[in-house]
Design a protein. Structure first.
Length: 206
């Protein structure tokens, strides 16, 4: 599905380009999905506005997770990110705001004058967003940021010697990856029409 293509784009920024590890991306997927739905149901925000905000909220969580991750590597980083993902789903499951284990129904969405209630319209929207984000990630890879990511992946010490701010770019890669995954979460909510903690299992992070 195109939704998981977007998740793959996010994972590629973090794991493929920067050489970091994450087993907690299901948490970012959940943050994006629940943020999108809550903005629509509680604030009456249109889906086209709720989705990018969900990506920004996920990016903030990615940035915050990236800070302690600066001191971790290998299996320790994997365990820390896994703990983050599990903690997010547990918080959601035990909070009335998020509907607890019962989950939340996703309201009907529109894109301007067009309804997004049909499967075909959802499909074209998700594919369109995936294509735009794929082009964005491709362009990012040839910028200074993308080169810094790959330098860190290849050799952190050499990257630092060349003037790359390793801490900044590591944290940035977490934020970018989380933002992409959060957008995927919002689209997943739109596609399924219902979200619950059981949807965002550990296996989605693999």
């Amino acid at each position: 599905m195109a939704v998981f293509v977007i998740v793959g784009l996010g994972m590629n920024v973090l794991v493929g380009d920067t050489g970091q590890i994450s087993l907690g991306h299901a948490g970012f997927l959940a943050i994006g999905a629940y943020t999108t739905v809550l903005l629509m149901t509680r604030l009456g925000m249109p889906f086209p506005f709720a989705l990018p905000i969900a990506g920004c909220v996920s990016a903030l969580f990615g940035f915050l997770l990236g800070l302690p991750a600066l001191r971790l590597a290998g299996p320790y980083l994997a365990i820390a990110t896994l703990g983050f993902g599990l903690a997010i789903t547990q918080i959601i499951a035990h909070s009335a705001l998020f509907g607890g284990h019962m989950g939340l129904v996703v309201p009907d969405a529109t894109l301007g004058p067009f309804s997004l209630s049909g499967d075909v319209s959802k499909y074209y929207l998700i594919v369109g967003v995936a294509v735009v984000l794929a082009l964005g990630v491709r362009n990012l890879s040839v910028t200074r940021v993308g080169r810094a990511f790959r330098a860190i992946r290849d050799n952190e010490i050499a990257a630092a010697t060349m003037g790359v701010d390793v801490a900044y770019y590591k944290t940035l890669s977490f934020a970018v990856s989380a933002a992409l995954t959060g957008v995927a979460g919002g689209l997943l909510a739109l596609m399924t029409g219902f979200i619950s903690p059981g949807v965002f299992t550990f296996t989605l992070s693999l």
